[in-house]
Design a protein around this ligand. Structure first.
Ligand code: SF4
Length: 409
């Protein structure tokens, strides 16, 4: 059975390192232009160089997203950008627009091309068309059923395919949506989506400004555009059997907690399946783990046909049971660990340390010290975000492990 790659988002250098620590086989990242996530931190050309060295030293592939749809006036900038990045050894560029493909062919004719989900490939004839254009991999549209995925993969055997397994869904074909442009002037197809599909809406009559009339879809309100998040963990066997080459996790804009937590679950689930396909069961602890993350309810999307109302989230609010509180920056030779604090932490907190391989240990925090930029550590009872603390824990940890705490309700 071919072993599919687990492909993770890397919105910045920290997320990239976390993705590698938690077992990604490959990462995708964006530059400062043309990468469709203009609000992610993204990578400068110098940072891309460092990122590529880091990934390749650990045998992890790195793909660069150039999947926006540039207008004529942006083409000179695109060509300049392609020339700048041409010497960098990316394993592939992820592209969507035929014009961008044409420009890449001119500047970097040997570069491997992966077709973005933004190109909305939903049938095998499209896949064959893109193969004739020299594309080596297609990220299939999320709007495909499992039967359609199977048929497309089997009819175009020389093509590699990627399927999304986890992350946010659009209510339109993967980002080909004008709501953000209409309401905020920020174009989703240029990487500037403001996510108005998640907003809650009221009705206002034009001569009564300020009077918001409720539009009631059901007892919870109106969330007509609000999709649940995709989660296909339980269907890993079917996806692997379909012959796809890569299982992709969405979320370059999401934090390191999301990247780590989703990856550690999918990594273990996929490895266990590949080691023992017959005996594989989706463990409840994996699903519990995904439920701890901020999400909007999970759906299998279009995998088994049209989602209809099971794909729509009627609560609107994000659900999560745990707060992310810090990341282990360093394990020192004296056994203390240096933690970069992301959420207020105090003595008496029960903290959980999570690592790759579903490693998880819990301890009540008694003593720790804050570490100023200069000078000696100071004993403390409270530490605020963006500070660093030193502590000891009675179990093994690694740099890159995360600390979290159950959310107080
Ligand atoms: S507004 Fe929502 S549906 Fe539209 S592109 Fe943005 S995330 Fe997707």
């Amino acid at each position: 059975m071919p072993k599919p790659e687990l492909l993770a988002p890397a919105g910045n250098m920290e997320k990239l390192k976390i993705a590698v620590h938690y077992g990604a086989d490959a990462v995708y990242l964006g530059g400062e232009a043309f990468g469709l996530r203009n609000k992610a931190d993204n990578f400068s050309v110098d940072e891309m160089r460092v990122a590529l060295d880091f990934c390749h030293a650990k045998d992890v592939k790195a793909y660069l997203t150039i999947n926006s749809y540039p207008r004529n006036e942006s083409l000179p900038e695109l060509e300049n950008y392609l020339s700048q990045i041409a010497p960098l050894p990316f394993d592939a560029y992820i592209v969507a627009d035929p014009g961008v493909i044409d420009a890449v062919r001119q500047v970097s004719p040997e570069r491997e091309l992966h077709l973005s989900t933004q190109a909305n490939t939903i049938n095998w004839r499209s896949a064959r068309f893109w193969q004739q254009q020299g594309v080596s991999r297609i990220n299939l549209a999320r709007e495909m059923s499992l039967d359609n995925i199977r048929e497309t993969v089997s009819r175009v055997p020389a093509m590699e395919f990627e399927a999304f397994v986890h992350g946010a869904l659009c209510i339109s074909y993967s980002g080909r949506c004008l709501i953000s442009s209409m309401l905020t002037g920020r174009d989703a197809n240029q990487g500037e989506c403001t996510h108005p599909c998640r907003w809650s809406y009221h009705l206002v009559e034009e001569s009564r400004p300020g009077e918001y009339f409720p539009v009631v879809e059901d007892e919870n309100g109106t969330f007509i555009f609000n999709s649940r998040d995709l989660c296909l963990l339980e269907h890993i066997p079917a996806l692997v059997a379909s012959g796809v080459h890569s299982l992709k996790i969405e979320g370059r804009m999401k934090g390191i907690n999301y990247v780590a937590s989703v990856l550690r679950v999918y990594r273990q689930a996929l490895d266990e399946y590949l080691a023992n396909p017959i005996g594989w069961r989706c463990r409840s602890e994996w699903l519990d783990e995904l439920a701890k993350l901020s999400h909007r309810g999970y759906t299998t999307g279009f995998l088994f046909g049209e989602p209809r109302n099971v794909g729509q989230e009627y609560q609107s609010a994000y659900i999560r049971s745990h707060d992310f509180i810090g990341v282990v920056d360093e394990v020192r030779s004296d056994g203390t660990i240096l933690v970069s604090v992301r959420n207020r932490i105090k003595a008496g907190d029960i903290i959980e340390c999570i690592g790759p391989g579903m490693r998880s240990d819990t301890v009540t925090l008694h003593e720790f010290s804050t570490l100023p930029e200069r000078g000696a550590a100071v004993p403390a009872e409270v530490a605020n975000p963006n500070t660093r603390i030193l502590l000891t824990v009675p179990f093994a940890v690694e740099a890159g492990d995360l600390l979290r705490r159950e959310k107080v309700t």
